[in-house]
Design a protein around this ligand. Sequence first.
Ligand code: ADP
Ligand code: ADP
Length: 228
Amino acid sequence: ANLLNVRGVSRRFQSSHGETLALQATDLDVAENDFITILGPSGCGKSTLLRIVAGLDRQSTGEVLLDGARIEGPGADRGMVFQSYTLFPWLTVQDNVCFGLRERGLPRARQLEIAAGFIHKVGLKGFERHFPKQLSGGMQQRTALARALANQPRMLLMDEPFGALDHQTRELMQELLLGIWEAERTTVLFVTHDIDEAVFMGSRVVVMSARPGRIKLDRSVPLPHPRH
Ligand code: ADP
Ligand code: ADP
């Protein structure tokens, strides 16, 4: 069954210079357990599409359904990971990962137990009490990934998550994320402008064209993924 349906979605932005059509009549059905990479040049509307699915932006036309229900705003059922990490700088790794669990009112002991599991999965055992600024970019992104996973979202929405990392760290993070996906089969929507990354990561690659922003190709990729 489809977890997500994007139907005829457009997004128009108004500005003093006139109008930008960021997305045009976009359709996308996402099956549960898919790892979808959305590939396209800068400005083609990838972030706009992801932000609409996240509930951080609204489409101008069309509808977006998650489990058959219209998306009205952000929710714990969709975990976001951004290029810029967006960790809470005043919270430790552990408390960043606990954040959503605390919001949901889970007992502290249960929060710590769940957080410990995901901190271990992303390879940050021993760094629980570090603050974000004490960590490398890759470790900050590991924290952000653990934070997103800890809420056990229906979908993981990732916008160029490894775009700020050096080449070697990026490859490590790609392998970490694929390993987690293979183990947990979380549905992933992953935006990138890097074709190697899109083909390496995706069980399905969706290619968007620059103008107007819309999908021009949508292919499943046989697994396992060869690195080169
Ligand atoms: P991508 O993620 O593929 O780089 P975006 O979704 O960020 O593309 O942007 C698609 C287009 O919409 C671009 O032309 C961009 O400048 C424009 N755009 C995005 N967000 C806004 C906004 N808040 N206001 C005006 N224009 C926007
Ligand atoms: P990305 O890293 O995906 O390319 P951008 O730098 O294009 O992201 O956009 C970052 C933020 O700025 C987003 O919230 C986006 O909606 C907004 N934005 C992008 N283009 C414009 C624009 N032309 N006018 C106003 N806001 C924009």
